[in-house]
Design a protein around this ligand. Structure first.
Ligand code: SF4
Length: 370
């Protein structure tokens, strides 16, 4: 591989990777621009195997959205409806959400992942009732709910600080935050594609506050639309800088832009090679984030499998009720069983491990023999 890295012009970066030195902004640019994707992937895989060897994580989770009514107008969003009563608008009562948990009483779920639109007319108690109700129905389950964008919205809408919102939600049962809503931090991009929700600095500030309260969170990047390579690198380095400060991020999750049924439908989706490169460069630049997730709903099952050799060590989980990506044209199934996920990890030549939200191993799947 040395000759290949040399001919790809990446031998100096390879030396830094081998000696565990931090990569710079300029080196991030070069990794995005290097024509030899396999060389970039090989480097990312070196780091992935140094940290995790072949171990590949997934969890038994249920993804829910309680409301898609949202006062924001993100151009890439196919999920939101501006007002109640519009076609496709949907707000579940607290009991309807709890019924979804009761219907899965036999499933060994370890996580509920709940995100929503920014509903202008619900009381704050709706969200605390959701949390306390979910903990009542499934005691011990981990509640990973509300993006930083939702937390910032709650603070402004209900006249609280971010810290007060997080503390009150935690009191009701919140355990951690998902990473959605990061999009691209660069104001040029954010001002165009999601101009009327919290900016990148506020997103990061909410995560900083959550980390300060002892909560773990994830962080994302929506790629493959109007962002430049420099703006991707900038995004990744802003994540790295906050992680240096707090050590609160668990996983970085690149999210592929999907163009169906939204205002950016004229753009093509990112290619499989772009997805693999984003995952690989993320692994290389984010030297302080433990996990890089190939979210199979977002990038497709086959690409997610391949990504396990391009830096990714996590495939997310069973999901079960995904709508956000499917309303934007995702062709994946909406659910995979744990057996499906284990098999596709094994088929990729990796070792499946079922984790909980905090990456404690809850089950080591055994190979079934005939
Ligand atoms: S991405 Fe989130 S904040 Fe933006 S319109 Fe969709 S639901 Fe609302």
């Amino acid at each position: 591989m040395n000759a290949r890295l040399r001919s790809a012009g990446l031998d100096d970066i390879a030396e830094k990777v081998e000696s565990r030195q931090r990569l710079s902004f300029e080196e991030g640019q070069r990794l995005f621009e290097a024509p030899d994707l396999l060389a970039v992937g090989w480097l990312a895989n070196r780091v992935r195997e140094r940290i995790h060897e072949g171990r590949t994580y997934f969890n038994y989770k249920l993804a829910l959205e309680a409301t898609n009514v949202c006062e924001a107008s993100c151009l890439f969003c196919s999920f939101a409806r501006l007002k109640e009563g519009m076609p496709g608008a949907r707000t579940l009562s607290v009991e309807q959400v709890l019924d979804k948990l009761r219907a899965r009483a036999d499933q060994p779920l370890t996580e509920i992942h709940l995100v929503n639109g920014l509903h202008p007319d619900l009381p704050f108690s709706y969200y605390t009732d959701l949390l306390s109700g979910m903990k009542r129905v499934r005691p011990g389950i981990h509640l990973k709910c509300f993006t930083a964008v939702e937390i910032a919205f709650f603070a402004e809408h209900y006249g609280k600080t971010d810290r007060q919102v997080l503390e009150e939600l935690r009191e009701a049962g919140l355990d951690s935050l998902p990473g959605g809503g990061a999009e691209i931090f660069a104001p040029r991009v954010r001002g165009k594609i999601s101009y009327d929700k919290c900016d990148g600095a506020r997103y990061l500030s909410v995560h900083r506050t959550a980390h300060g309260l002892g909560m773990r969170t994830n962080v994302t990047m929506l790629y493959g639309h109007i962002e430049t390579m420099d703006e991707r690198v900038d995004h990744l380095l802003q994540v790295r800088a906050l992680q240096d400060e707090t050590r609160g991020f668990q996983a970085f999750i690149p999210l592929a832009f999907h163009p169906d049924n939204n205002q950016m439908r004229k753009l093509p989706p990112p290619s499989a090679t772009d997805t693999l490169r984003v995952l690989a460069v993320s692994r290389l630049l984010l030297d302080n984030v433990d996990h890089i997730k190939a979210y199979w709903i977002s990038c497709g099952v086959e690409v997610a499998q391949t990504a396990l050799w391009f830096g990714a060590d996590d495939l997310d989980g069973t999901v079960q009720e995904e709508t956000i990506y499917h309303m934007a044209g995702s062709k994946t199934p909406t659910a995979l069983s744990t057996a499906d996920i284990e098999q596709l990890i094994r088929d990729a030549g990796r070792e499946p491990l079922e984790r909980d939200t905090l990456y404690n191993v809850v089950r080591v799947p055994q190979l079934l023999t005939a």
